[in-house]
Design a protein around this ligand. Structure first.
Ligand SMILES: NC(=O)c1ccc[n+]([C@@H]2O[C@H](COP(=O)([O-])OP(=O)(O)OC[C@H]3O[C@@H](n4cnc5c(N)ncnc54)[C@H](O)[C@@H]3O)[C@@H](O)[C@H]2O)c1
Length: 340
């Protein structure tokens, strides 16, 4: 167990998301010396001019060769995660990788094995697991079970761009929904079906619809798109006793919980008709804190305690396995794929 409260850390990748990570790393009281790396020298210069940093590089190998660096954050394009994370772990560094962690279950399995063998922390930035609204939502579903048996989850995650160069919209956006749903419900889907449309200019799916089925009867639907004129981050969850709307775009009232009752009436004894009547509506209060701040602090906490973080390698492997099955379904034009 590391007794020093501050950890020397290096961030690889200073693009769109790396800049957000760097801001949070700089702000964290647990950060020791901070190093940055990007193959783009201008981004490195810019970061160095903006913050007090201990070193900057344009070649990630220099980070792996610096013994003083204890932990590495990888925010480069997805296809480069595996190789960089593998080198970092083999060099004895704790690793936080951006989502999706890797492009295959074989790759994440290897990273888990190296990290376990060397007693290193391997964490993945499944940021919504550190989002206070999602944590609150889990209370309704798993802890208090006030929502009752889950019937359906309908998630919409759409916006205009940003097109990732090396993965399609499933891996980029639906990855978040799968991670959230896996966290919210204590069961895993038994099958997946996905359809999408390939953007001819990009060569990959920029619109995708994914359907997950569960043994309990739960149905989940995810709509992921980089081709929408509006940004929507909305999940509707239907249970036996409550329905919840989780809207991550809402600045404060991100969660609305509807009590309802299901009314059955006989239509002259012929058909059993079902109706719904809404009851109380509650907007639960919870502390609003930037999820990425929680991610960075969660990484430090896992390193210090030696305990697995909430979003550990195994958690990421489950998400990647579902994405692989969904990808297979996409290629087969929406065929149902069993998830084993
Ligand atoms: N958790 C989230 O909510 C979230 C949000 C956005 C992006 N991401 C993830 O972050 C990662 C990066 O996405 P982005 O949008 O910031 O991409 P980006 O293209 O804006 O930035 C990637 C940066 O990595 C640098 N880079 C590439 N290869 C490198 C290497 N070998 N060594 C050093 N630097 C290298 C590039 O020069 C670039 O500056 C992706 O995996 C993406 O899925 C996560």
């Amino acid at each position: 167990m590391n007794r020093n409260p501050c950890i020397n850390i290096a961030l690889i990748g200073l693009g769109y998301w790396g800049k957000n990570l760097l801001r949070n790393i700089v702000q964290s009281k647990y950060s020791g010396k901070i190093y940055v790396c990007d193959t783009d020298a201008l981004l490195v210069q810019d970061a160095f001019a903006r913050y007090r940093l201990s070193g900057s590089y344009t070649d990630a190998d220099q980070i792996f060769e610096t013994p003083e660096i204890e932990a590495v954050v990888i925010a480069t394009p997805t296809s480069s995660h595996y190789e960089l994370a593998r080198k970092a772990l083999l060099a004895g560094k704790h690793v936080l990788i951006e989502k999706p962690a890797t492009t295959s279950t074989a790759q994440i399995a290897e990273l888990i094995s190296i990290a376990e063998g060397r007693k290193l922390t391997l964490m993945v930035d499944h940021i919504y697991l550190y989002n206070p609204a999602v944590l609150k939502l889990r209370e309704f579903i798993t802890d208090h079970k006030s929502i009752g048996k889950m019937h359906y989850i309908d998630s919409t995650r759409i916006n205009l761009g940003i097109y990732q160069s090396d993965v399609n919209v499933l891996w980029d956006l639906a990855c978040h929904d799968i991670a959230i749903i896996n966290y919210l419900v204590d069961e895993r889907p038994v099958s997946v079906k996905a359809i999408g449309r390939v953007n001819p200019l990009h060569g990959m799916e920029d619109v995708a619809y994914l359907f997950l089925q569960y043994d309990s009867g739960l149905l989940a639907h995810i709509n992921a798109s980089w081709a929408s004129p509006v940004k929507i981050r909305k999940m509707i969850l239907g249970g036996e006793k409550q329905m919840v709307i989780y809207d991550d775009i809402e600045p404060t009232n991100k969660l609305i919980v509807y009590d309802y009752e299901q009314i059955s009436e006989n239509d002259e004894g012929k058909n059993q008709l079902t109706d719904y009547r809404l009851g109380n509506v509650v907007m639960p209060k919870f502390e609003l804190r930037e999820a990425l701040t929680n991610v960075v602090d969660g990484f430090y906490e896992a390193i210090r305690s030696g305990l697995p973080p909430l979003a550990d390698g195994n958690n990421a492997a489950e998400v990647i396995h579902i994405l692989e099955c969904a990808q297979q379904s996409l290629h087969l034009g929406g065929e149902t794929i069993a998830i084993r």
